[in-house]
Design a protein around this ligand. Structure first.
Ligand SMILES: Nc1ncnc2c1ncn2[C@@H]1O[C@H](COP(=O)(O)OP(=O)(O)OP(=O)(O)O)[C@@H](O)[C@H]1O
Ligand SMILES: [Mg+2]
Length: 340
């Protein structure tokens, strides 16, 4: 993805650890760790070997057969000890800090890079969830996530990247909203669980808007460092809105959900120039009835076939077979190209 300098600076403003420092009181309890260079290089590598400490802590962990398989991949490399790439990595100090944070958060956490959660990798954990309960979960989720890997490649500045650990919270999808701010005006609110029908959107519409506008005006509007951005919130009960995330007001980085970007950028939206006086009056767009049928769950985009997981679990020779499969696929591709 080609990213311009202005976009990088907007991304930096939306880094979660910065958001947390500024809006701590309105966020879920969070710790974060700056990723040292050796760990960063390890996370960016495609080779999937878990650090040594993951095996040392199996007593504490919920490690499953398939995570063991990945850990064991390192043993395959014993034959090639002189090959630097296959040496089992170890980050004792960093791993210790991760364990301390998990402990402080009650034993589990929702993890993120500066910008994204590893939502494309939930299939790799024991419970097929983003809940990280041990070192293996943390390293596996980050290593298996292309979304997080992409984040780690965006900025190349030492000590810039963080692993964010938020206290795990069971969240009802109907309580989450994405809010769009253009030129300091809160212009639009969409359910994050779009396009799903939730009855209470209609019955509680005014209260939902009122609560989000209050948080925006009291805490965010005149305090955030950029003028146009999106923020996500959780509204579990009346008068209680929690900030989940910020992201750029930009189609490259943020899904518009119930809206589309041409509308959000367009002239149909009236913006007030007077930031102190104007009344934010966002459009709240939601499905008003349930006659659209069952909608696809976006999470399924990132699912991993159960058959494959079972196969990984039961197959001690999986690495070799992946290699064979990949060679076969390259050969088939070459044959197809020849035929064309
Ligand atoms: N602390 C938490 N505990 C459990 N689940 C969480 C937590 N924080 C967020 N989630 C869930 O994970 C989802 C994604 O979280 P978040 O918005 O932080 O990720 P993201 O990668 O930035 O997503 P997006 O790309 O859509 O902006 C949220 O919609 C929420 O349902
Ligand atoms: Mg986000």
């Amino acid at each position: 993805m080609l990213i311009q300098q202005k976009e990088i600076s907007e991304l930096i403003s939306c880094s979660y650890h910065k958001i947390y420092e500024q809006f701590k009181k309105n966020c879920i309890k969070t710790y974060y760790l700056s990723i040292p260079t050796d760990v960063l290089n390890y996370l960016k590598q495609d080779l999937f070997i878990l650090p040594k400490e993951c095996n040392l802590h199996t007593g504490l962990s919920s490690q499953t057969e398939n995570t063991k398989f990945i850990g064991e991949a390192s043993n395959f490399s014993d034959e090639e000890d002189d090959d630097d790439e296959n040496v089992v990595p170890e980050f004792p100090e960093f791993s210790k800090q991760i364990l301390e944070i998990l402990d402080k958060l009650g034993g589990s956490a929702f993890i993120k890079t500066n910008w994204h959660s590893p939502k494309d990798a939930f299939w790799i954990t024991a419970g097929q969830t983003l809940k990280a309960r041990d070192l293996s979960d943390v390293y596996q989720l980050l290593k298996a996530s292309s979304i997080c890997k992409e984040d780690l490649n965006i900025v190349n500045v030492e000590n810039f990247h963080q692993i964010v650990f938020k206290k795990w919270k069971e969240i009802h999808p109907g309580t989450e909203f994405r809010c769009f701010v253009r030129n300091k005006n809160l212009i639009a609110i969409s359910p994050r669980d779009w396009p799903q029908y939730h009855e209470h959107f209609k019955t509680q519409k005014n209260d939902i808007i009122k609560d989000i506008v209050s948080l925006f005006k009291e805490k965010i509007k005149n305090n955030f460092s950029i003028d146009s951005y999106c923020f996500d919130v959780l509204r579990e009960t009346k008068d209680h809105v929690v900030i989940i995330d910020f992201s750029p007001f930009n189609e490259k980085f943020t899904a518009p959900l119930a809206f589309d970007w041409s509308y959000l950028h367009g002239d149909d939206i009236i913006l007030s120039q007077n930031n102190d006086e104007e009344d934010d009056n966002p459009e709240f767009r939601y499905l008003a009835n349930n006659d659209v049928g069952i909608q696809p769950n976006p999470r399924n985009n990132y699912g991993f076939p159960l058959d494959m997981i079972n196969w990984f679990k039961n197959n001690s020779n999986a690495n070799e077979q992946i290699q064979n499969l990949s060679e076969l696929s390259i050969q088939q591709q070459a044959d197809d190209d020849d035929e064309q």
